[in-house]
Ligand binder design. Sequence first.
Ligand SMILES: [Ca+2]
Ligand SMILES: [Ca+2]
Length: 490
Amino acid sequence: MFKKIFAGVFLFSFVFLGTAAAGSSVVDNPGTEMMNVHGEEMELDFKLYDPGLEEDIVDYEKYGSFEGKGTDHYAYRIKDRKGLAAAVGEGVYPNSSVYKDPVHRLLVTKGRLSGSQWDYVNLEDQQLAFYKWATAHDTPAVQQFYTALALEKLGETRQALKAYYAILVHFPTQVGWTIWHTPLYMGRLAIDRIEYLTHKHPELGLRIEGAKIRVENGYNAVISDDRFTEVDPGKLVKVPPGDLHPKRVEVSGLNVLKTVGTGSVQLLQYENRHWRLQVDGKPFLVKAVAYSPTPIGETPDRDYNLDSWMTTDLNQNGKIDGPYDSWVDKNRNNKQDPDEPVVGDFRLLKEMGVNTIRLYHHALNKELLRALYKEYGIRVIMGDLLGMYAVGSGAEWYKGTDYTDPVQREKMKESVRKMVEEYKDEPYLLMWMLGNETNYGQVGNPAQEKVGTGSQAGTQPEALYKFANEAASRGFFERGRRHDRYFEPK
Ligand SMILES: [Ca+2]
Ligand SMILES: [Ca+2]
């Protein structure tokens, strides 16, 4: 059960993290492989059939009118649908030229776009994902989002930005659902993607300003009590590329108001109220991945759980498999080919610039983590699930962790205490982390085949956050204990 839940968490994350796991930042988008009329193999490269008349910033005022920007009754009314469609181009609402795109037609004829659109999200061939999603029947914001994501992965950044922005203009309050039946606010996701892409591509000279989607009661798993209080698509504006990077706030030379921690890891607050994380007296920027690997060709929801990677040595060569025996499956055939030498994830993590890994719940192998730190300089953020997935609380899965239950609270605190006592002096420890998407916690129902996440947190937000504060407080560790600096790794 536990394993299954996490598989979901990973799948969801994967949609947004893309292909970073391969240790390369270059997205390789092979063309769609086809047979030509002569029965020969050919590759079909992606090219927009209709890139739209307006390159990146669409003048929406020209084709319609905005009402109630920044309020709860925001709306955009299209007055010139044809003009707008021509301006935005293929794959962006309300344009439908994808149906005239000869490549789309060809793929349909060849039966290459059959089945569910959800089978296309993580496909290697994002060209197929684009045509599938651009013509899928789904909630418009969801359809537009995954079309945009495919464009993004195909390197069509300008068109992807137009597509994400179209969500803000037309469908800012529409909701999609995770596989846990928790809401995804598509407009907010679109803002995130736009901010990410404009930052990642300063050469476009674009920035979004004033976009805002505020939803009351958006923290729980139901949407019946949601209220969108402020909705504003904001504006994509042109800026000189040099202006895209947020201005650095200089703190050196300023007085320190407050120092948290006396060990090698410290938090400093300066007189301008800004904080800085320091390790060994130097500023530390966390570049982390949540590391919990699954062997190549396997899925995390079958035979592998969250922490078995720390001890698994299937080929019995005395080296832990993920960290030291993995290889880059360049051709993605799930097999190790002669040009795919063993490199090991630890080295790959180091090479991709990671300086920290996050562990979800405690650890199984101190020596391994010590080697990670000693040989690769990579530190650890260590987590305790704080009752999510019924871990640490003693709750039954289908009853779910109850954050108002004193017995369960005590058990969870004991779990946190145990972790801290066990690892506080480990040299690699950067910080602790409590919970994992815990505010999404919800109870399942076997009769409805609803798995849930073994937690009642979704309906107990106040109890959860109060408890999290309690579990993290210094007082809790100090009471009757010899050590008084549990949260300050040496
Ligand atoms: Ca091994
Ligand atoms: Ca291979």
